[in-house]
Write a protein that binds this ligand. Structure first.
Ligand SMILES: [Zn+2]
Ligand SMILES: [Zn+2]
Length: 418
């Protein structure tokens, strides 16, 4: 059965997370979006574990359920430790097949730091030691390095990461078969490293509030089973791992290189040509995620590995509606349309990826349908983020948007005449 899965998110017990990240609210949002399988998140937190125990019922091997939405036991761990003389900060997601396994794993992890102060615990625990410990206690469990390119907390991050999986997980690195690309990278960026060819790239929202759930996700064709999910990832099986749903990484604050104060934005190639020095002020540039990829890549841009899993780049539906209507993504006006369209047309992902454009037009209007059609064809206008400045991705672009605003203002004027 085809199922959209968001496997890494956070509960209300994680820091800076919405109090609405509770099972019933998460399930309501999953239905609206068309997500069938969620990671529980935060299973190391006793308070959250208690809620999981109360809400979830078993619905298959290693799979649980609440009101029709499936869950798999996951937690993210932030590890801070010194290795080879450098400080490392690495986030990993642990997947466990049962509450029994969760208990054993949490007992082990609790030796390295507090599990109660944060749903995503920060532990003084080397990633390799953690993997060894988890597998010895629960051989069916597995670990997926999280958002591998983020500068501070990613396995391949420029600030406190490593240069390879091998370096991080040592003699256990063969036990790593999947990695999360995170919001700051998409599959083509990862395809430039031959070392990642054997790895299944997955994508998740890392959401801290219901509205952000599923902003990245995975499409599986599996029976609801922990073991089948694990095997699909392990085999990198294109019949069962159908693809990932991706954010445009250009939107990230550190995609390109540059200097915000100098108004200088450069592609990695441009900065390398200029020896990573700002052409305005002469100081070293702030280097972004794409630069880090360029550094580690052993293949040119545009390389497509033979066994690559497909991916679909999306703009969140609320953003598309907002753009089409000239309103902010989080406004009530957008919210109403969003809920109605999702309910009528089988969820956000169905609307964004599969629903008939004419159907969408009938339901939501010509503009929104046109926006979705353009997004599907990759006809988007991109301004890359750099040095702390968010990038923008839009289907209509600034000029078209200005025209639209003018038309709408005229409409309001006319209305107010009456
Ligand atoms: Zn993280
Ligand atoms: Zn500068």
């Amino acid at each position: 059965m085809k199922i959209v899965a968001d496997l890494h998110l956070h509960s209300r017990f994680s820091r800076a997370t919405s109090k609405n990240m509770r099972i019933p609210e998460m399930v309501r949002m999953a239905k609206l979006k068309g997500i069938g399988l969620l990671g529980t998140a935060d299973f190391t937190h006793p308070g959250w574990l208690d809620e999981l125990n109360r809400h979830l019922v078993e619905a298959g091997p290693g799979i649980y359920e609440y009101d029709g939405i499936k869950f798999i036991l996951t937690t993210e761990v932030s590890s801070i430790y010194t290795r080879k003389g450098a400080l490392r900060r690495i986030h990993n997601v642990i997947f466990a097949p049962s509450f029994d396994a969760v208990e054993k794993i949490s007992k082990f992890l609790g030796r390295f730091g507090s599990l109660t102060s944060d749903g995503r615990p920060t532990l003084g625990l080397d990633s390799e030691t953690m993997l060894e410990g988890v597998l010895s206690l629960s051989p069916e469990s597995f670990i997926v390095p999280a958002h591998i390119w983020t500068p501070w907390f990613g396995l391949l991050g420029s600030k406190s990461g490593f240069d390879s999986l091998q370096e991080c997980f040592g003699k256990y690195s063969d036990e790593i078969f999947a990695a999360e690309t995170g919001l700051s990278s998409d599959p083509p960026m990862n395809w430039r490293l031959s070392a990642l060819d054997r790895i299944t790239l997955i994508s998740n929202s890392d959401a801290h509030s219901p509205a952000r759930m599923g902003r990245e996700a995975n499409i599986f064709d599996i029976e609801p089973s922990f073991f089948e999910l694990k095997d699909a990832l392990k085999q990198k099986d294109p019949k069962r791992m159908l693809g990932t749903i991706e954010f445009f990484p250009q939107e990230g604050k550190y995609h390109y290189d540059g200097h915000r104060n100098c108004n200088v934005r450069l592609s990695p190639r441009e900065s390398i040509e200029g020896k990573n020095i700002c052409p305005r002020c002469g100081r070293p540039l702030t280097l972004g995620v794409l630069h880090r990829v360029e550094e580690l890549a052993d293949r040119p841009e545009g390389y497509h590995p033979a066994n690559a899993i497909p991916y679909y780049s999306i703009i969140p539906l609320a953003e598309l509606i907002g753009e089409a209507k000239g309103l902010g993504r989080d406004t009530a006006g957008v919210g109403h349309v969003y809920e109605r369209v999702c309910q009528e047309l089988g969820g956000e992902f169905n609307v964004l990826l599969w629903a008939d454009i004419e159907e969408i037009a009938k339901m939501a209007g010509r503009e929104i349908a046109e926006g979705i059609a353009r997004m599907r064809k990759g006809q988007v206008k991109v301004d890359e983020g750099y040095d702390g400045v968010f990038g923008t991705v839009s289907v209509f672009g600034k000029e078209e948007q200005a025209e639209k605003k003018e038309e709408e203002d005229k409409g309001h004027e006319q209305l107010s005449l009456f």
